[in-house]
Design a protein around this ligand. Structure first.
Ligand code: FE
Ligand code: FE
Ligand code: ZN
Length: 304
């Protein structure tokens, strides 16, 4: 059985988009996800300066699939309190859609937003309003609403809330879902003992064919903790078996999977986590066998 699995990469080398593609190939990924600039701000280079064509040529040579784009965290469509935040979000989201298209991607992952004390109802209403401003019948990119952990005032922490957004959006054929395993676990769905039941519930409310991408992350916290802290594959509360089951689930083999697990320390005693775990985690997921010595190997910088 095969499925496409890759990871989040940066775009901060001199080679920009080409550098992102090279990073993905260095891990043995089938595809990658990237931000169009720093996730925390809205400073963006013009599309012509992103070195896209060199990146596409490289991707072609190494058989990488089309990338997934993640929208900036600055966008908060659910903010009904500060109108500047909302209008900046709408405007910036529209430009993220253009960059996504330019990167030959059809999927822009978006956090549905935080209601900032106005309550989930008000937040959802505002997010719907924002999506309706941005989406039209001929939008060429899907906006994949991410399932959220429910930390702070996040909306999208339940399938019901995501379904409500679908209900309000006029061109909801342009919506999809990004199913983040850490977030869904932290939100309180038991994907360890009952992934199929969780998917059944999702299917009734939204439709399982709406899942356009999975974020495959273990979690540092128990089911229902509402925390959102990602852990390396097999080292958290979800565990290797459950994550492997999801990655190779027969209903989702066609759906891309992206790792967003944390960097680890490169050697014993080092404080900063500077080493990406992706090469090892991808190998481990594909092999079907959990390797408990993984982190040790990563720290020693060994390949096998
Ligand atoms: Fe996200
Ligand atoms: Fe995620
Ligand atoms: Zn997260």
């Amino acid at each position: 059985m095969t499925t496409k699995i890759g990871c989040h990469v940066g775009m901060n080398s001199k080679e920009l988009f080409l550098g992102s593609a090279k990073e993905a190939v260095s891990y043995g990924a089938d595809l990658f996800m990237l931000y169009t600039g720093a996730p925390q701000n809205t400073r963006r280079k013009p599309i012509e300066e992103l070195n896209l064509d060199a990146g596409f040529a490289y991707m072609n040579k190494y058989h990488l699939s089309d990338p997934i784009v993640h929208a900036s965290y600055i966008i908060n469509l659910a903010n009904s309190i500060k109108s500047e935040t909302f209008s900046l979000g709408v405007e910036f989201l529209a430009s993220e859609l253009e960059r996504t298209r330019a990167m030959h991607s059809t999927i822009l992952v978006l956090h549905p937003g935080s209601h900032v004390d106005a309550g989930a109802k008000a937040g959802i209403k505002k997010t719907v309003e924002g999506l309706n401003e941005v989406l039209s019948a001929d939008t060429k990119v899907y906006i994949a609403l991410e399932t959220m952990a429910g930390k702070g005032s996040e909306i999208g922490k339940s399938f019901e809330e995501l379904a409500e957004i679908y209900d309000g959006v006029v061109h909801n054929q342009k919506l999809r879902i990004c199913f983040d395993t850490c977030h869904v676990n932290d939100a309180g769905y038991d994907i360890v003992n009952g992934f199929d039941e969780v998917i059944d519930k999702f299917d009734h409310l939204i439709g399982k064919n709406q899942i356009a991408v999975f974020h495959i992350n273990d979690s540092k916290n128990p089911c229902g903790s509402k925390k959102d802290r990602h852990e390396n594959i097999g080292f958290g509360t979800i565990g290797y078996e459950a994550l492997h089951h999801i990655v190779y689930h027969k209903d989702f083999l066609e759906i891309p999977k992206i790792l967003e697990t944390p960097y680890v320390t490169a050697k014993e005693g080092q404080e900063e986590k500077t080493l990406p775990p992706y090469q090892y985690e991808l190998t481990m997921l594909r092999s079907g066998k959990f390797d408990e010595k993984l982190i040790e190997k990563i720290r020693k910088g060994k390949k096998n």
